[in-house]
Ligand binder design. Structure first.
Ligand code: SF4
Ligand code: ZN
Ligand code: ZN
Length: 294
C-alpha cells in the first residue's frame, strides 16, 4: 500500500500514510488541542509522565511546540513496576533534555501497594485504580500549583476518552461525562491548575505507532493491579461493539460533548487547602484512613 499524499510506502493503513505524513497527521491532531491555549509560548506546562507509550509519545510530540515544559513522574510504590517505570522515564528525560521532577507517593505516607492491601482487607471499598487515579490527580495538581505551572498535560488519548464517555453513559453519570474536554481551564482561587489533554484526538493505535516509529523506549509491563480497572473493561467492550458499529465510540464522544456542562461545586479542603467537593478532600481522607491502619 502506498501513501495517499506522496506515494511512498504506507505505514498506517487506516489513513494510507507513509512515516513522514503519519507523523505530520498526529502532530496536526495535537496542534488542534494546543491551539485552544491562548499565548501557549508564554505558558509553563507540567507533563505528567508514567513511562507508558502515551505519556512518552506526548512528551516527544510536545518538544515541537513552543512553551516552557517539565516532566513529573510519580513513583506510586507498585512492586516490580514503579521503579522500572522510573528508570525508563529518567532515561527518556535525559535523552530528550527535559527537566524531570520525581515525587514519591510514600512521601505522603502511603503507597498503592498499601491501598491494595487495605482493599483486600475490606478497609477501602473503591477499586485500587480509582484511589490511584485520585492520588495522581492530587499530586499533579498540587505540584503544579506550588511550582507555578499554568497547566498539567496528561496523556489521555481518544480511545480513553471514548471509554470515559461509555462509562459515564453506562452508569448514568451524565454530569461526569459532560466534563470530558481536551482543555479544562482551572481555577486559581481554588488552587486548581488547568488541564490539557494533547492526545485528545489521537487514538491508542496512533499513539503506539508514533512511539514505535520514533523508537521511543516505553514501559511494556502491565501494572499488576490493572485487571479490575473499569476503564479497561469499557475499552474491551467498545472494541467489540465497534467490530459491528465502527463509529459507535466516536458518536458517543460527540454525544457527551453536547451534554449541558454542569460544573462541580468545589470548595477548599480544611486540611490541605486543595479543591474538594466536601469539607475534607478525598485524598486527605484516604491518607488518614491508611495511616490509622498502618
Ligand atoms: Fe494505578 Fe490502576 Fe494504573 Fe495501576 S492500573 S497504575 S493501580 S491506575
Ligand atoms: Zn507520504
Ligand atoms: Zn485535603
Amino acid at each position: 500500500m502506498r501513501c495517499r499524499i506522496c506515494g511512498k510506502k504506507a505505514v498506517y493503513a487506516d489513513q494510507r500514510l507513509c512515516k513522514e505524513h503519519f507523523i505530520e497527521f498526529v502532530k496536526r491532531k495535537v496542534e488542534k488541542v494546543l491551539k485552544k491555549v491562548m499565548n501557549l509560548e508564554e505558558k509553563r506546562i507540567l507533563l505528567a509522565v508514567s513511562g507508558g507509550k502515551d505519556s512518552l509519545t506526548m512528551a516527544h510530540l510536545l518538544k515541537g511546540f513552543d512553551s516552557e515544559k517539565e516532566l513529573l513522574y510519580i513513583n506510586l510504590g507498585i512492586p516490580d513496576y514503579s521503579d522500572e517505570a522510573e528508570k525508563i522515564v529518567r532515561k527518556f528525560a535525559k535523552e530528550h533534555e527535559y527537566k524531570l521532577n520525581v515525587v514519591k507517593l510514600s512521601d505522603y505516607g502511603f503507597t498503592i501497594k498499601d491501598v491494595y492491601e487495605a482493599w483486600k482487607k475490606g478497609l477501602i471499598r473503591e477499586k485500587v485504580c480509582s484511589i490511584c487515579g485520585l492520588a495522581k490527580r492530587y499530586i499533579f495538581n498540587s505540584f503544579a500549583f506550588e511550582h507555578g505551572f499554568d497547566f498539567v498535560a496528561t496523556a489521555h488519548n481518544k480511545t480513553d476518552a471514548k471509554a470515559f464517555a461509555f462509562l459515564g453513559i453506562a452508569s448514568g453519570n451524565f454530569e461526569y461525562a459532560s466534563r470530558l474536554a481536551p482543555i479544562n481551564p482551572g481555577k486559581k482561587e481554588l488552587r486548581l491548575v488547568g488541564r490539557i489533554k494533547p492526545l485528545f484526538y489521537v487514538t491508542e493505535k496512533e499513539s503506539m505507532l508514533y512511539a514505535l516509529l520514533n523508537r521511543i523506549k516505553f514501559l511494556e509491563a502491565t501494572c499488576p493491579y490493572a485487571g479490575g480497572a473499569s476503564q479497561l473493561r469499557a475499552k474491551q467492550l467498545l472494541a467489540k461493539i465497534e467490530e459491528e458499529f465502527p463509529n459507535f465510540g466516536n458518536n458517543l464522544l460527540k454525544l457527551v460533548r453536547k451534554l449541558p456542562k454542569k460544573e462541580q461545586e468545589l470548595r477548599t479542603c480544611e486540611i490541605c487547602g486543595y479543591p474538594s467537593t466536601r469539607r475534607i478532600c478525598k485524598f486527605c481522607r484516604v491518607r488518614e484512613l491508611l495511616n490509622r491502619h498502618a
